[in-house]
Design a binder for this molecule. Structure first.
Ligand SMILES: Cc1cc2nc3c(=O)[nH]c(=O)nc-3n(C[C@H](O)[C@H](O)[C@H](O)COP(=O)(O)OP(=O)(O)OC[C@H]3O[C@@H](n4cnc5c(N)ncnc54)[C@H](O)[C@@H]3O)c2cc1C
Length: 377
């Protein structure tokens, strides 16, 4: 391999990295984006729900699977509450591929099967290694760290590892089409929850738990699966399995280190209660692409500080609220209280109590928060 130089090196071609590469290349910067995967987006490690504002990224053929009109939350007592959380279910591999194709069309050079193996931050050099063993050093002016929850860039900079929960998910057949996401809140899933997200004729059925509190994810997922089979909601056959770590400890203390910018999961932008991170990945990636352009155009590192400020403005409030709720729940998980509906309501985004308002439906920023109403299970 030759030894290229570029304005922007992007480590990771998930939604954050692809969005960053597309914006930076769109501004005419020379961009190289590397990913250790052979195929963008594969294997999928996701429940595949995106909020409506991301619909602009779900237009490519094969991306959109179905619309979701609301969320049902099942409390420990069995009470089911419905909330109007709308969104889209996507084919996540096609979603990621579409974003990467936009980056390539904008002029970014994508190198798959290429792992970022070492970093010399002071000299602005990164070593990448292909699966076949070829090694190449790339000189960069800005490095965008979009390498997910276990970020190698963060490790190389000796930054602390992110706190994560573990997840396990099956794809199963749905007996009837379903228009809502279902969520189960219970001490069976300490530090997390269980979900059934419908995707046409199939659904993603998963659990997330804090491994310090429960080491076995298979047993609770199998138990939930068996129950839904008995209820005639899903098929017995497991079509595929996936899972992975989800950051839940909130944003990194620093999103920028010199000329290195953290985005998406690598920045800790996943919501600490829901684990949702695709929207934050795309938004932060696009904003980092803009910041790289500003830095290279004017040579002023304030551009990267602006990125950090903007991202904190957008995400810190909801992230901090979610962290506070995680801390409250973490004191309850090993106690009987975790089986009380009131405790779970305060820890879940569908309920007004989560926003600190027990009797009102006014959420953060004076916006009316989605209010759950009790419905037959
Ligand atoms: C089971 C599960 C279900 C989820 N469900 C949802 C959901 O329904 N909705 C939602 O919004 N979020 C969900 N999330 C979270 C969501 O998937 C992430 O927040 C999102 O993928 C973050 O995007 P990203 O680009 O930051 O990181 P990633 O998508 O993780 O991309 C990082 C990329 O970096 C690459 N990489 C890593 N290390 C290196 C290296 N050293 N060199 C080169 N490449 C490297 C990886 O191969 C990967 O392609 C879920 C997560 C899990 C695990």
């Amino acid at each position: 391999m030759t030894a290229p130089a570029c304005d922007v090196l992007v480590a990771g071609l998930g939604p954050a990295g692809a969005a960053a590469a597309a914006v930076a290349a769109g501004h005419g910067l020379s961009v190289i984006a590397v990913d250790k995967k052979r195929t963008v987006g594969v294997p999928v490690q996701c429940a595949e729900f995106i909020p409506l504002p991301l619909a602009r990224h779900a237009r490519a053929a094969g991306v959109l699977a179905q619309r979701v009109d609301g969320m049902r939350s099942f409390l420990p007592s069995g009470v089911c509450a419905a909330a109007p959380f709308q969104g889209l279910m996507v084919d996540r591999a096609a979603f990621d591929r579409a974003l990467a194709e936009s980056a390539a069309r904008a002029g970014a050079a994508l190198r798959l099967d290429c792992r970022l193996a070492a970093l010399d931050a002071a000299r602005g050099r990164a070593t990448v290694r292909s699966r076949a063993g070829a090694v190449m050093t790339i000189a960069f002016r800005v490095l965008i760290a979009a390498d997910g929850p276990l970020s190698m860039v963060a490790r190389a900079l000796k930054l602390p590892a992110l706190e994560t929960v573990d997840s396990r998910q099956y794809s199963v057949r749905l007996s009837h089409r379903h228009g809502e996401t279902d969520v189960w809140l219970s001490d069976t899933y300490p530090g997390g929850y269980a979900w059934l997200f419908p995707k046409g004729d199939v659904a993603n059925l998963g659990v997330g738990v804090d491994k310090r509190r429960a080491t076995d994810l298979k047993a609770p997922l199998d138990t939930l699966h068996a129950r839904l089979v008995r209820e005639g909601r899903v098929g017995r056959e497991i079509l595929s399995r996936t899972g992975g770590p989800i950051p839940v400890g909130g944003m990194r203390e620093q999103l920028v280190a010199g000329n290195i910018v953290f985005v998406g999961d690598a920045a800790g932008l996943t919501h600490p209660i829901t684990g949702a991170g695709i929207a934050a990945a795309v938004v932060s990636g696009e904003r980092a692409g803009e910041a790289a352009q500003a830095l290279i155009a004017c040579g002023d590192t304030a551009a990267l500080r602006d990125y950090e400020e903007d991202i904190r403005d957008q995400f810190a409030e909801s992230s901090e609220r979610a962290l506070a709720r995680r801390r409250e729940l973490s004191r309850a998980w090993n106690a009987k209280r975790a089986r009380e509906d009131a405790v779970q309501r305060r820890g879940w985004i569908a309920f007004p109590e989560y926003f600190g308002r027990s009797q009102t439906d006014i959420g953060a920023h004076g916006v009316r928060a989605p209010v759950a109403r009790t419905v037959p299970a």
